[in-house]
Design a protein. Structure first.
Length: 314
């Protein structure tokens, strides 16, 4: 398998490159600027509607498109949507068009569960088919890219596979999960001992394995696959699992969810309560059925590896 990977220095893309090389696949990592370890990389300073990909696809069987514009601070919603569309929508379509013209067989697009929405209803996990068009600018830009890729596939015969992951965790994870590990590591008592939500997560190697499976599986083209560890957990269970992996006793105070939500409203921090208390479940039955795939790493194993990497670096 000869593959080209965009976003190859990112959290997901870098792991895909590593695992593909372990399989002895020929990999062309796309980078913004030349980096010493990636001597065989392709330097593309920006991926947008006008990027010239001439000569990039020689001998390439499959493109894995991980690169994307993610959330930036201090933007108006309209400015954000324009910027997201330029990279996530038009940049994706431009890349896929040129790949198809160059004879690339397959295009694997790493989209986002935000295409489905920010929260799922209790016991109604997200599925590949959408009930509503996303309102969030980032989610909308990814949705529009999915729609454009489906049209391009019909026009050109390019095999398109779409993958929508939820929160991805693993060694080197940043943002909310990193903050959670820091708080638990410090032994700070936290008011999250009675949260009964359900959230789907996906360990980095599980997502990477799924992406590589979609590069070569004969039944993958034409489908949208959701990804997870196939084990949903509450925020309370997640924190308990992290604490256990650290060898610590979880210091979680059982404050009712309704109190947390009310307090966040008073402080105008509803988005924080939404992340802590809200549901975001995905149904991966189609992924397992079509691909014969199951996550190779369990949730507990994934958290253990993630925590061990955190402890080594702190």
């Amino acid at each position: 398998m000869n593959m080209l990977v965009t976003g190859s220095t990112g959290f997901v893309g870098s792991r895909i490159v590593e695992l593909a090389k372990e399989r002895d696949w020929a990999v062309i990592p796309v980078v913004r600027k030349q980096i010493e370890p990636l001597t065989n990389s392709l330097v593309i300073p920006s991926i947008d509607a006008s990027t010239d990909w001439s000569g990039a696809f020689e001998g390439v069987d499959c493109v894995v498109h991980c690169a994307a514009r993610v959330h930036q601070m201090n933007e108006t919603e309209q400015d954000a949507l324009i910027a997201y569309r330029d990279i996530n929508t038009l940049g994706t379509l431009n890349l896929a068009k040129q790949a198809a013209e160059a004879g690339v067989k397959r295009f694997v697009f790493v989209s986002s569960i935000k295409v489905n929405g920010e929260l799922s209803e209790p016991n109604l996990p997200f599925e590949p088919n959408l009930k509503n068009t996303p309102q969030d600018p980032y989610g909308l830009s990814k949705y529009e890219a999915e729609v454009d890729l489906a049209k391009l596939s019909k026009e050109t015969g390019l095999e398109v596979v779409i993958i929508r992951p939820p929160l991805v965790y693993g060694p080197g994870v940043k943002a909310n999960l990193l903050s959670m590990m820091r708080l638990i590591d410090k032994g700070i008592p936290l008011p999250f001992g009675a949260i009964k939500n359900q959230r789907s997560l996906v360990y980095l190697d599980n997502l990477s394995n799924l992406i590589l499976t979609c590069c070569e599986h004969p039944s993958a083209p034409g489908y949208t696959f959701l990804a997870s560890d196939d084990q949903d957990v509450s925020t309370t269970q997640l924190m308990q699992t992290i604490a256990h992996a650290m060898g610590k006793s979880p210091r979680l105070i059982p404050i009712p969810m309704s109190w947390i939500q009310a307090g966040s409203s008073v402080l105008n921090k509803q988005h924080i309560a939404q992340r802590i208390c809200g549901n975001l479940q995905v149904e991966i039955g189609l992924t397992k059925d079509i691909l014969g795939w199951k996550p190779p790493v369990s949730f507990e194993q994934g958290i253990k590896i993630t925590v061990e990497a955190y402890l080594k670096s702190h």
